[in-house]
Design a protein around this ligand. Sequence first.
Ligand SMILES: Nc1ncnc2c1ncn2[C@@H]1O[C@H](COP(=O)(O)OP(=O)(O)OP(=O)(O)O)[C@@H](O)[C@H]1O
Ligand SMILES: [Mg+2]
Length: 227
Amino acid sequence: MIIEAQGIKKAYQHEDRLFMAVDDVSLSIGEGEFVCIEGRSGSGKSTLLNIMAGLLAPTAGSVAFEGREYGGMDDSGLSELRRTRLGYIMQGYGVLPNFTVLQNVLLPYVLSGRGGGLAESALAILEQAGIRQLAQRYPSGLSGGELRRVAIARALLMSPRLLIADEPTGDLDEETASGIMGLFAAAAKNGTAILMVTHDKDAAGYADRIHTMKAGRLVPDAGSGQA
Ligand SMILES: Nc1ncnc2c1ncn2[C@@H]1O[C@H](COP(=O)(O)OP(=O)(O)OP(=O)(O)O)[C@@H](O)[C@H]1O
Ligand SMILES: [Mg+2]
């Protein structure tokens, strides 16, 4: 397994009562497996993804990435993992305004001092994402869908073991979305495990498994993907 979550709970205090944003979720994803989560707004999807990405500590339960529990790693171990093995395309854009598009895509490498020689691969990914012409632009003035694709290109550049994506096609037109899903499917073929939240039926069609989140709980869907 690439990632194994066991009995995950996340409780928040809402006024005078405890609210379970994630309620006893267990989920494992193997190499090259493409898993999709659907569910209504507020059902706990982003909270679960943040926990699976090691950004948010659960109230109960454990997450192991390639057999190592997040609970046993320090901050630098977790950051290293997110720079090298785990790509996270967050629900926001996570794009830094003072860096060009190309620099944003290379950011994880620049931060770890290993950026050299990767510009060409980064440009190739921008080309595949349909935003090669924006490489030297700064984020201000880019459209939502363009910013989204910068975040996607950055996550794909490292060929992560696990790609977590929160509504990656939310603000993309159909054609651009299917291009991006093609990139995801190719990554899965190369062994990248994918965990994606989406409301987009076409995007969900690429998944091997689809789950639905309801009030913090994960229920498996009868239907699975077409791919
Ligand atoms: N830091 C927090 N403090 C208190 N409550 C929170 C916090 N983060 C999330 N919640 C609550 O937990 C619930 C789940 O939030 P979450 O963002 O995971 O939903 P979601 O399924 O991703 O929704 P959407 O589809 O709108 O993105 C919501 O009711 C939200 O208000
Ligand atoms: Mg969300």
